[in-house]
Write a protein that binds this ligand. Sequence first.
Ligand SMILES: [Zn+2]
Length: 257
Amino acid sequence: MVRILALHAHPDDIEMLASGSLALLSRLGHQVTIATATAGDCGSAEHEPDVTAGIRQSEAAAAAAIIGADYRCVGLPDLGVFNDDPTRRRVTELLREVRADIVITASPVDYHPDHETISLLARDACFAAPVPNYRTGDAPALDAIPHLYFCDPAGGRDRVGVRVEPEFGTEVSEVMDIRKAMLACHHSQKAWVAKQHGVDDFEASLEAWARQQGDVFGAEHAEGFRQYRHTPYPVTPLLQSLLGSALLKPKAHGSAL
Ligand SMILES: [Zn+2]
């Protein structure tokens, strides 16, 4: 049994970017925790921040429960995710509490500042978690740096529109219904996403995104990932090996589109 922490910025990000892989991993008996940096307190034009945060944490917990995962929130405010000393310690404590073997986090380049910063925080917390003298709370230091992976950025592009290619993917066709059910738990976001992002059909948006990433691999529906391999992070393909027959490799360059 491997312990997997999927840590992104806001409630519903993991649902869009990695929920199919997590559903498959949970089904295989691995322990999955979904965590967000914030409770999504700015994701409403109707409710005050504290009310919105409460609603969205309940929605995120319900989505996680569909695949038997726990939900955790770091408790930062929306647009208030910074890679500073107290926050790095809080995120490191989370990794220690979960006893993470694998951390899946946001792309280092993405459209939203909270996405980019939680990616940095997760990367640095992986480094810090096994360091005994780095004090964070009651949880003991990890035995080793977790294997670290990045999700695709939202839309598969960085801030200036440059395509970010995944290194490998997961074939998620058989769990698309689960992904849609998880996303549908975020009831409060329908009105907000329509207003802020001009997206009025969550399910269609997820379907189109999964097919777009599927094209990268010559598959029907996919989620893409990259592994962080800089020293001294582990370089063995742990997540890839867990995915088994669902693991996808990109089509060779020059192949027909
Ligand atoms: Zn987000």
